[in-house]
Design a protein around this ligand. Sequence first.
Ligand SMILES: O=C(O)COP(=O)(O)O
Ligand SMILES: [Mg+2]
Length: 227
Amino acid sequence: MPLPTKAAAVVFDLDGTLIDSADDLGAAANRLLASEGRRPLTPHEVRRFIGDGSRVFVDRAWAATGTPADGSGGSQGLDALVARFIAEYQSDVAGHTRAYAGAVDTVAALKAGGIAVAVCTNKPQRPAELVLEALGFAPYVDAVAGGDRFAHRKPDPRHLLDTLALLGTSSEAAVMVGDNEHDMAVAHGAGTGAVLVSYGYARLPLEEIEADARIDSLTDLPGLLGL
Ligand SMILES: O=C(O)COP(=O)(O)O
Ligand SMILES: [Mg+2]
């Protein structure tokens, strides 16, 4: 679908779109893996494992480094590892994480142009809020919808629809901006515009991901939206 001529809201994905967070996610995972006598993840593995939230990230990390974690909910199983991973990650969300070039200024420019801004991420709510605060996005963001805020998360389009409900914006007047197939899938499913960034952590070849527009830098976004 074409992008709205006058967008009322822009919803951003977080990891791989607004922020390059792989090093801190990897460091937290590697501290946990080391405490369990496992090898660290490579930077390439970390980038491939991001995008489906903390539970899937830890599950992939465990499967890649030895016996997979037990998903049955026991005290030694995946649930316990996920809780420890989130605690590790939350202790240092921004040490090695950077906003992509121009990202904060772009979000600020949209806001100044009268566009509502939200973040729809599979990262859990608390670390998402902490990193947005630490990197200077928070003053320009009207709503944050972490992966554990609602009953559904990307690629379920209800994650995006529930995010838009927080803003009071209709799908037709909204644009989703993200770096992977889940972000574009929720945009198509919810009926918003879909803008794919080229520099993030997509696992599929970018040309295989359907999008209404593709950008190499967030600084191209205001122009694309007619600001
Ligand atoms: O996998 C995650 O934790 C988050 O990924 P997202 O911000 O790209 O949705
Ligand atoms: Mg992403």
